[in-house]
Design a protein around this ligand. Sequence first.
Ligand SMILES: C[S@@+](CC[C@H](N)C(=O)[O-])C[C@H]1O[C@@H](n2cnc3c(N)ncnc32)[C@H](O)[C@@H]1O
Length: 217
Amino acid sequence: METDHAAGAAAPALAEEIAEYYERDQEDGRLRSGAGRLELWRTQDVLRRLLPPAPADILDVGGGSGVHAQWLAADGYAVELVDPVPLHVEHAARLPGVSARVGDARALAVPDASVDVALLLGPLYHLPEREDRIRALAEARWVVRPGGLVVAATINRYAALHDNLSTGCTSTPSTGRRSRQRSATAGCDRPAGRSPCSRRPTSTTPPTSRPSSRTPA
Ligand SMILES: C[S@@+](CC[C@H](N)C(=O)[O-])C[C@H]1O[C@@H](n2cnc3c(N)ncnc32)[C@H](O)[C@@H]1O
């Protein structure tokens, strides 16, 4: 049964500045060149070990412009992608073997127990409120068939520190200001196009009971 979860997602899926960033159309190239390819290859490596053999149904929630959906479809999976950014959905819908629509991880318009795998490789670190993250995880859980798989990506609370250390960016503890010289030489003054992932802690525990707005299949 298809369910209407709109009431569970009162706030917009994306903050205005993040929506604006994604509307600049830079997401599609992020993993296709340079250091971004490491994330693509690592994701492929992990998913190819975890996924059931193709053919199987994959729901790619927050799938962006379809970078992962594309190779998953080529591997023989039926991929449906959901993303709140219309431009991403437009890109993804052009990919062979991929269907795409606008939607929100917190309120999936997808029947319960209807897919083998739900991917959440994007929404959790864009949902700063814990209850929204739990909601997204719960939604993913309800749409997978019994024995199915939910794969979620998070950005941990040390990511910014790790990032800054690896790029040589430093800050002065008393003022919180970056060392300008270091920043300039290490390229730490990031260009405006840098991905705006909200680097917040994402430790969540999925609920053990069904959210009330989710009706049985
Ligand atoms: C950094 S991109 C990741 C795209 C792709 N999953 C990947 O791993 O390369 C994050 C994606 O999450 C999407 N997103 C953010 N909030 C979301 C929400 N509440 N529901 C569904 N998708 C969301 C964004 O629109 C964006 O396409």
